[in-house]
Ligand binder design. Structure first.
Ligand SMILES: Cc1cc2nc3c(=O)[nH]c(=O)nc-3n(C[C@H](O)[C@H](O)[C@H](O)COP(=O)(O)OP(=O)(O)OC[C@H]3O[C@@H](n4cnc5c(N)ncnc54)[C@H](O)[C@@H]3O)c2cc1C
Length: 596
């Protein structure tokens, strides 16, 4: 198995050359005072060392040992506590956090790079900082000053960790039917009761306190999603002087045996009159939780991309080492019994497909990070509003498209290994098992697609879509005459036109067919994702082309050639996706129950 090595050159290329993030930071005063290119580079360098040297080596062992549950306590795999402590010591939990409460306040265009390295090195362990960072975001955005002062500093430092408690045995997608209850108490707190399942890192031995963010209903709450409130429920109550007090009234009833991410604990949490505090307003908990969920959704998209990067690193090395059969054009290694796998067109197809999606996906997550930065730090109201719209539109694409392709690329990586991909030794089967969950949790990908098509596109009557289409059209306009982009601009424009056409068609259909958005949603997400990646590859061509001359490493010429592969071999899928969407909902909806 090739050991994971943080792809620092790739990351620097995307962050600095493709998106010129340092200029973006310098243009926004609130960021300019916090981050400069040297600081950002030192952070990337250090993140590379920690993830490559400390966290990645535990990935295999974590999978084999898994977490152990005993009488309510969860013991993590060997080495996890120490590695978590390294994350705490480096302040990584608070990298993007609010500096008023101990966070480092770094821009998302930088934070996404750390997140990719962390998740690629060890997805099971990486979930702990990811959930904590999301919890901090929700608390910072919606909590009272008193709650923020009491909890945020220790969450940002990682001395305490956070978890997100939504799912119940009978409800996952449809949280409106949840049964957990919160009863107001005289002292201003709430008494929380109910059972939550599938709670990632709900219990463990790596942090001294675990702060649960629990959704529950007040006794007189309206029915459905409008009657849900969000509560902060600490494992150990926190005294006014900040010291830890008595154990709160909830416990971990068991942990799940599962397909992958075995190094992480997936917990059943039983709340039995636990003391909790309201975050935000009563009955507005789902909106508050969405702050956390949106953060996690991009984070989960990055997990998909990260698993595919780890798989690609191994597959590429294997394809050059393993010898099997001769090249169709004659022996490449006449001195050896056979040629390396990489001479075979189909193996090259697999590697280049992986490279296309991984590198395109990295650029796309940075693109979303860029809009998150503008939305958070710009002083211009109109810029902020536009960026918020783009983030809302792009988040479900990042979650669903990057995880669907991320999982697919892990399977492709496994295929490069033939039978050796199916056995433990090479690590590919673990990546396939680990990556699978990214398509399911944080809102299954079908729900992400529905969010994109139904809520974001149809719900805004196409206005949010236009923000993306205008941005891409402006790029095409600006780059007219760029010789390096000559082979790419026409297919890029055609892909945008295709996407705009079907967008309009679904908007029209949905006025008299309520099933139209749902029927189109999965194909639409794929079509959107492919068009967005075509945009990303065109941006990478713009950044790479001037650097090809004089570069003997092949890094920049490889970018131009991969762009061509993406445009010629992968982007044409948009034609069939558009055709499929145009057929409407009838073929999905006409079966009577007994015809299934
Ligand atoms: C390992 C793991 C870790 C997890 N971590 C957490 C955690 O930390 N916190 C937490 O709260 N939860 C967590 N979850 C729960 C996870 O988020 C849910 O499993 C997920 O949201 C799906 O809910 P469900 O399993 O109830 O499926 P269901 O809601 O029953 O959905 C089943 C299928 O039906 C589809 N479907 C449902 N409704 C619709 C609809 N209206 N339109 C179209 N399709 C629909 C879904 O897309 C899905 O494919 C975790 C789950 C796992 C397995």
């Amino acid at each position: 198995m090739a050991d994971y090595k943080a792809p620092l050159q790739e990351i620097r290329f995307v962050m600095n050359d493709v998106f010129d993030a340092p200029s973006l930071w310098a243009s926004m005063p609130r960021l300019a005072e916090r981050v400069d290119p040297d600081t950002a580079d030192a952070i990337i360098e250090e993140a590379g060392k920690v993830t490559t040297n400390v966290i990645a080596p535990l990935n295999r062992e974590g999978d084999e040992q898994g977490c152990q549950w005993n009488d309510g306590k969860v013991t993590t795999p060997e080495g996890f506590r120490e590695a978590y402590q390294t994350i705490v010591d480096g302040g990584w939990n608070g990298l993007g956090g609010n500096p008023d409460f101990g966070g480092m306040g770094m821009p998302k265009t930088l934070v996404v790079q750390f997140e990719e390295m962390l998740q690629a090195s060890n997805m099971a362990l990486g979930l702990a900082p990811m959930l904590t960072a999301g919890a901090c975001l929700a608390l910072d955005a919606h909590g009272s000053e008193a709650l923020k002062e009491k909890y945020l500093p220790n969450l940002y430092s990682g001395v305490w960790s956070g978890s997100m408690d939504l799912t119940e045995p009978h409800c996952g997608t449809d949280l409106g039917i949840m049964r957990s209850r919160a009863v107001p108490q005289d002292d201003g707190s709430y008494s929380i009761s109910g059972t939550k399942i599938f709670i990632t890192w709900g219990e463990h031995d790596m942090a001294e306190n675990i702060i649960h963010f629990v959704l529950a209903k007040l006794p007189d709450a309206p029915k459905g999603p409008k009657g849900i409130s969000l509560f902060l429920v600490p494992k150990f109550l926190v005294n006014d002087d900040g010291s830890l007090g008595e154990r709160n009234a909830f416990s971990c009833g068991s942990i799940e045996k599962k397909m992958g991410i075995k190094g992480s604990a997936t917990c059943v949490m039983n709340f039995d009159g636990a003391k909790g505090w309201l975050v935000g307003e009563e009955n507005k908990g789902l909106a508050a939780m969405f702050t956390m969920m949106n953060y996690e959704r991009l984070g989960v998209g990055i997990q998909g991309l990260a698993a595919a990067e780890a798989s690609l690193q191994s597959a590429r090395e294997y394809a050059f080492e393993r010898i099997q059969s001769r090249a169709p054009t004659g022996a490449r290694n006449p001195d050896q019994a056979a040629d390396p796998l990489v001479v075979h067109p189909d193996v090259r197809r697999m590697l280049l497909t992986m490279k296309s999606y991984v590198e395109g996906g990295r650029a796309f997550s940075t693109y979303v990070g860029q809009w998150l930065d503008v939305a958070k730090f710009s002083d211009d109201d109109a810029d902020r509003e536009r960026a918020e719209g783009l983030v809302a539109l792009l988040t479900p694409v990042a979650k669903a498209f990057l995880t669907d392709r991320g999982f697919d690329m892990c399977v492709v990586g496994q295929q490069v290994f033939g039978g050796h991909g199916y056995i433990r030794e090479w690590g590919q089967e673990q990546l396939v098992r680990d990556a699978r969950i990214t398509q399911i949790y944080e809102g299954a990908n079908g729900i992400q697609a529905l969010d994109l098509m139904g809520r974001k596109v149809v719900g805004s009557q196409g206005k949010l879509y236009e923000l993306f289409a205008d941005d891409l059209a402006a790029f095409i306009e600006k780059e007219q005459g760029n010789v390096a982009l000559e082979p790419f601009l026409a297919p890029l424009a055609a892909s945008l036109e295709r996407l705009s056409d079907v967008t309009e068609q679904v908007l029209n259909q949905s006025s008299d067919d309520p099933n139209a958005p749902g029927a189109a949603s999965a194909d639409y997400t794929n079509l959107f994702g492919l068009t967005a990646l075509a945009y990303m590859w065109a941006k990478m061509v713009v950044a790479a082309a001037p650097k090809v001359e004089g570069d003997s490493s092949g890094f920049y010429s490889g970018k131009l050639k991969t762009a061509r592969f993406f445009y010629e071999r992968l982007l044409p899928q948009t034609v069939s996706l558009a055709e499929s969407i145009r057929s409407g909902s009838q073929s999905m909806m006409e079966h009577a129950d007994h015809e299934f």
